[in-house]
Design a protein around this ligand. Structure first.
Ligand code: FES
Length: 115
C-alpha cells in the first residue's frame, strides 16, 4: 500500500490536489469522510481545478470542472450538470489507516481511458 495523504491535511469542506509520480488525483473531505478521484474531467480529460487545491464550487457542495463548468457529486463523482452529464469521475479505491489514505500500488496506474 502506498500512502497518499493524511486525512488531517485536508480541511473539512475543502479539496486538495495530489501529485504522485506524475499521476494527478485529488481528495475532498466532506462530513469527515474522504473521497479520492483522478484529476481528470470525463468530458475532455482535462484537470478539474480552477486554482491550486480548488476543486469545489463556491458552496463547497459539488466538484466543479474549471473548463466548462460540469458539476459532480462529491460522493460517487456523478456528473449532475454540464457536457458530461451522467458520466462519472473515476474514483481511486483506498483504505484509511490511522488517518492515512492508503492505495494499492496496482490502483496507481494511469486512469482508464475515457469512453
Ligand atoms: S472538460 Fe470538464 S466540462 Fe468540459
Amino acid at each position: 500500500m502506498i500512502s497518499i495523504i493524511s486525512s488531517d491535511e485536508i480541511e473539512e469542506g475543502t479539496s486538495k490536489g495530489i501529485e504522485l509520480n506524475n499521476l494527478y488525483m485529488f481528495a475532498v473531505k466532506k462530513d469527515a469522510e474522504v473521497f479520492l478521484y483522478w484529476n481528470r474531467c470525463p468530458h475532455l480529460g482535462t484537470p478539474l481545478e480552477w486554482e491550486e487545491d480548488r476543486f469545489l464550487d463556491p458552496d463547497g457542495a459539488l466538484i466543479i470542472c474549471s473548463t466548462h463548468g460540469a458539476l459532480f457529486e462529491i460522493e460517487g463523482g456523478r456528473c449532475l450538470a454540464g457536457p458530461c452529464k451522467g458520466k462519472h469521475l473515476q474514483a481511486i479505491p483506498f483504505i484509511l489507516d490511522n488517518g492515512m489514505v492508503l492505495v494499492e500500488e496496482s490502483a496507481l496506474r494511469a486512469p482508464t481511458p475515457l469512453q
